[in-house]
Design a binder for this molecule. Structure first.
Ligand code: ATP
Ligand code: MG
Length: 372
């Protein structure tokens, strides 16, 4: 038995020795791979069949939906749904909490929400693999990419393409492997196998600095701005690697025009900006590196709905100005709404792909987030 499963098995055995009438399991499958999770699921089912009552606390929706008879969903300390797995996984409030704050209008037509024409299920298998929709000529070409952290296989055989001019969304639940893919493309992590090429540059062994200079620029998850430097200093830093004389100053002025709030706050310490403003700063910094392909990792993370709107508006404008974008988001509905195409990632593998519109109405997308 792998170490993590052995440890959990031992902890459960220790609890069972106390002859519990109710066994509470707090994320028993955290950090496990799919086959270990399957083992935990079998163990829970066996204990339950033997007559033990179990309260499972977990965010792994596939495990929860597979093993529980009744599910209560908490969101920021409030119970938003309570019912059978089927009831809960088609509940509009739950879908909204997991797939993003698309506004009431969008959520009502979310993939798999009650009332959605289930005939769209049929489209699911057709959308699963759509090589014909993938561009012939791609600026980014990822093939059969696998990446691991020690024993954890975070990304397994992922293939995806982005053509010049597209906005492509890469969506998936927590821990699906989205950031791992972006960090591999930026040269920060090396893949175990497979290939990734950006405009002919082999990303599997190129230096991160070479990759950025070639025009593949990542805005990292969590923004990573320099909180103790001013807004202007953050922007100036972003242009230091460039050798094109006076142009950086002009570019800084032009990003400040695009994001007027940054112009107004240029002398303030970046750490005093609101979350949304910090995200704008992070995106502005990315733009100053003159991206030909901009990788955005969870730009809406942790932002209030109004700021999410602003960030998505900015992304659309940047795209209209001619920047190609690979957008990683947990907020699936918003990302798909602005994407030409999308890929749905589930535990390290591409589950399905298609146009933004197809995925937006595909119940399989909901299942990738909610299990069931
Ligand atoms: N530095 C690391 N060391 C070990 N495991 C890691 C490391 N970084 C990520 N992982 C694991 O790899 C898997 C994929 O993580 P990753 O950060 O790529 O997911 P993600 O889709 O970006 O998730 P999120 O939506 O939470 O940002 C997860 O199981 C995670 O625990
Ligand atoms: Mg991530």
């Amino acid at each position: 038995m792998p170490a993590s499963k052995k440890r959990v098995g031992l902890e459960i055995a220790r609890a069972l020795a106390l002859k519990p009438r109710l066994l509470i399991l707090d994320e028993p499958a955290a950090g496990m791979n799919p086959s270990e999770k399957h083992g935990i699921r079998e163990l829970i089912e066996r204990l339950n069949a033997d007559g033990l009552t179990i309260l499972l606390i977990d965010h792994d929706m596939r495990l929860v939906m597979g093993v529980c008879k009744r599910v209560a969903v908490l969101n920021f300390g409030k119970k938003i749904a309570d019912g059978t797995p089927e009831e809960v996984s088609t509940d509009v409030a739950v879908i909204k909490a997991y797939l993003g704050t698309g506004g009431e209008q969008e959520v009502r037509s979310a993939p798999g929400a009650s009332g959605v024409d289930e005939e769209t299920e049929v489209a699911e298998s057709a959308a699963r693999i759509r090589p014909s929709r993938e561009p012939e000529k791609a600026i980014l070409d990822v093939h059969d990419l696998s990446v691991s952290y020690g024993a954890i296989n975070a990304v397994r055989g992922v293939s995806l393409r982005v053509a010049t001019g597209e906005v492509v969304a890469l969506i998936g639940a927590n821990g699906a492997g989205k950031s791992t893919i972006l960090n591999t493309l930026s040269g920060l992590i090396r893949p175990d196998s497979g290939s990734a090429f950006f405009d002919g540059l082999n990303l599997a062994n190129a230096d991160p600095s070479t990759i950025v200079r070639r025009g593949l620029v990542q805005v990292p998850e969590g923004r990573e701005i320099l909180a103790r430097q001013t807004v202007l200093e953050n922007l100036e830093l972003a242009t230091w690697a460039r050798r094109d004389g006076a142009a950086p100053r002009r570019d800084i002025e032009s990003v400040m025009k695009r994001f007027p709030i940054l112009g107004e706050r240029r002398q303030l310490l970046a750490g005093t900006l609101s979350g949304g403003e910090q995200q704008m700063l992070a995106i502005a910094r990315g733009l100053l590196a003159k991206p030909r392909l901009l990788l955005l990792d969870e730009p809406s993370l942790g932002l209030a709905p109004q700021l999410v709107d602003e960030v998505f508006r900015a992304i659309e404008e940047i795209h209209k100005d001619g920047t190609t974008i690979l957008l990683v988001e947990q907020n699936a509905l918003r990302a798909l709404a602005i994407a030409d195409r999308g890929y749905v990632l589930e535990t390290g593998q591409i589950l399905l792909s298609g146009t933004g519109d197809e995925l937006l109405h595909n119940p399989a997308v909901r299942r990738a987030y909610l299990g069931g």
